[in-house]
Design a protein around this ligand. Structure first.
Ligand SMILES: Nc1nc2c(ncn2[C@@H]2O[C@H](COP(=O)(O)OP(=O)(O)OP(=O)(O)O)[C@@H](O)[C@H]2O)c(=O)[nH]1
Length: 625
């Protein structure tokens, strides 16, 4: 029989599970999750107000700058119950901060699995958005209790009454049940903390069973190696236990175990329902994967917890150093990033146009952008990235099937079938933009699955779309066609056969691998014309005529010509000033060093960069709203 709760306030170390509430905050990006989390840390006294800095939990520089959460973190806070029969007792709240972007859905879903409840946060000036729905559905799949909360009620544009109704309709409660807070001013946050203790259930588990804990995050730290965040389901894990990873069978010595509040604090053990960290001295997050089950080596559990999935790259792109001598540095940098990112995959590849580089696989576009930005910023590398593409299954007429992650791997000869990955996309828009969104989705070979009115003015549209069609500029287009009002969320939904072709770009008869692309048959011509046109503008005239052609196999579908000329840099320099002439010729020589020879054609580096970026470059941040 469990005894009465002891009223102690020590919240570090094994805690009575009845005291614990594990919860997360789920929200559409920018609806104020991190700000609310900050306010909770402050109100519960976990962070000294003098040390408070905005977005305390977002530790990575890029995160703070972009204001988005990439890696989830967990923090423990005490909260003294203010009313009801448990008044005066200290509850232990474990708040798990989850990433909000579609690329990281798997991480969100694991973080949710570590909780009993979710605070569903909605911006009171914007209402429900696509990721509000996606995250809510994930929370419901994990059987979480939900507290609906409207945030930013301090904003003059806030319409709490209107959106309370929308939110109530969505989750099936009364509008009066929707809490109203401001993460910025702190209004309503204490009441929310009370409700978290009252509404969410305490974790249950078998304290005497063999230990089982789920990994919901795993982060590489330069000084301590991999720090693994776990939620204990059954049993107890003690400092200096030997632990076993159930998916791989690997055994590690536990060097340290503890909780985060808000910095790491060592503890002797973690028991049922507790959330904390473990350090085992492993150096690579791949040995401590999100979703895996940790058990004791001496008394292992028989069955792992469900739901483990290997991270699977969805989008591939080639990364090449602009300066070829940076190749070893790029390899070292990728090796380092891999330590912290189980989803990043890469292998060396060479391109006739770009030299030595790596073919890298990413979870999605934001992931790609984050990795290239970190490579450039943290490792000082200047990179060219090739146009992103998805994974195709190509079956040739002799029934050979190959997986194509790069246009250069596209098989020669007759093709029987090509299969491309698709996604189920949800778009939320105000009424008046429905037509524009439909037009856009149809233009991207979308198939409509359904349409629903969430309120009199907001519509949810569901489409199946080829992933390859949305990794370019879909978000940008969606945003511009809806004046920024649409929000988008998507999840993988299998494969479909498609009429795709490989378009090559030839310079003086030589294919330039970096510009090849796999596109739909109906779009091949446009791609060819626009690429040839771009290159014609970007490549300077040479001493002979250079044709630029776009071709499907041996069939030419577009052509531009760069006319011949020898640029005479001395043309404007009459008279006998030889030193000035020499200077100009030297400068011309300098310029030529930065040229790459593609066959017989000199192409400036900038041409590659410009042709591969500009309007085709996606802006994943645009996917936010
Ligand atoms: N006026 C007002 N602004 C707020 C409030 N809460 C957050 N904001 C602002 O809204 C913006 C987004 O807030 P964040 O806390 O970064 O949002 P988030 O949901 O954590 O975003 P991600 O980390 O990208 O998922 C910031 O500019 C905040 O200052 C609030 O209660 N009132």
């Amino acid at each position: 029989m469990p005894g009465p709760l002891d009223p102690g306030v020590n919240i570090i170390g094994a805690t009575d599970p009845r005291r614990i509430r594990n919860f997360c905050i789920i929200a559409h990006i920018d609806h104020g999750k991190s700000t609310l989390a900050d306010r909770m840390l402050q109100i519960t006294g976990v962070v000294d107000p003098r040390q408070m800095r905005a977005q305390y939990l977002d530790r990575m520089d890029i995160e703070r700058e972009r204001g988005i959460t990439i890696k989830s973190q967990a923090v423990r806070m005490p909260w003294v119950i203010r009313n009801g029969d448990k008044q005066g007792e200290t509850a232990v709240l474990n708040m798990i901060d989850t990433p909000g972007h579609v690329d990281f859905t798997y991480e969100v879903s694991r973080s949710l699995a570590a909780c009993e409840g979710a605070v569903l946060l909605v911006d009171a000036a914007q209402g429900i958005e696509a990721q509000t729905l996606a995250n809510l559905y994930l929370a419901m799949e994990n059987d979480l209790r939900i507290i609906p909360v409207l945030n930013k009620i301090d904003l003059p544009a806030a319409q709490p009454e209107k959106y309370a109704e929308e939110l109530a309709k969505l989750i099936g409660c009364e509008p009066s049940d929707v809490l109203k807070v401001s993460g910025k001013t702190g209004e309503g946050v204490e009441h929310l903390l009370d409700e978290i203790v009252r509404e969410f259930v305490a974790p249950v588990g078998d304290a005497d069973a063999p230990a089982r804990a789920m990994i919901f995050d795993s982060v590489y730290d330069v000084y301590r190696g991999v720090v693994t965040y776990v939620r204990v389901i059954d049993g107890r894990i003690e400092a200096r236990d030997k632990i076993k990873m159930m998916s791989t069978g690997a055994v590690h010595e536990l060097l340290e175990i503890g909780v985060v509040s808000p910095e790491m604090e060592k503890a002797g053990a973690l028991g049922v329902g507790e959330v904390g960290y473990m350090i085992t001295g492993v150096k690579d997050v791949r040995q401590s994967r999100v979703g895996d089950t940790v058990t004791g080596h001496n008394r292992p559990a028989k069955e792992a917890l469900g739901g483990y999935k290997d991270p699977r790259p969805m989008v591939y792109s080639g990364l090449y150093p602009i300066d070829g001598s940076d190749y070893p540095a790029l390899r070292d940098a990728l090796d380092k990033l891999k330590l912290n990112d189980a989803a990043l995959v890469y292998e060396p590849e060479t391109s006739t146009a770009l030299g030595f580089g790596f073919r890298c696989g990413f979870l999605g576009l934001l992931h790609l952008e984050i990795i290239s930005e970190r490579l450039e910023r943290e490792f000082n590398l200047d990179l060219i990235s090739t146009a992103p593409n998805v994974i195709y299954q190509v079956i040739t007429e002799d029934m050979k099937e190959s997986t194509v992650t790069n246009p250069s791997e596209f098989p020669e000869g007759k093709i029987a079938e090509i299969r491309e990955p698709t996604v189920r996309a949800t778009v939320l828009v105000p009424n008046e933009f429905v037509g524009a969104v439909m037009e856009l989705c149809q233009g991207r070979r979308g198939t409509m699955l359904g349409m629903e009115y969430l309120s009199s003015e907001r519509v949810e549209l569901r489409y199946t779309l080829p992933l390859g069609e949305i990794i370019y500029d879909f978000f940008d287009q969606l945003k511009s066609k809806t004046k920024g009002y649409a929000s988008l969320d998507y999840e993988p939904s299998g494969e479909q056969a498609a009429d795709l072709v490989k378009v090559d770009i030839l310079l003086h008869g030589e294919p330039v691998d970096a510009f090849s692309a796999i596109v739909h048959k109906d779009k091949a011509y446009n791609y060819g014309v626009s690429m040839a046109g771009k290159l014609q503008k970007l490549i300077p005239r040479q001493q002979y005529e250079v044709p630029i052609q776009a071709a499907i196999g041996s069939r030419i579908i577009a052509r531009e010509t760069i006319r011949a000329i020898r640029k005479d840099v001395l043309a404007k320099c009459y008279g006998g000033d030889i030193s000035r002439k020499r200077k100009l010729l030297e400068k011309q020589k300098e310029g030529k060093k930065r040229m790459k020879m593609v066959g017989r054609v000199e192409v400036p580096q900038e041409a590659f960069i410009a042709a591969l970026s500009t309007s085709d470059s996606p802006d994943p941040k645009a996917a936010k709203k």
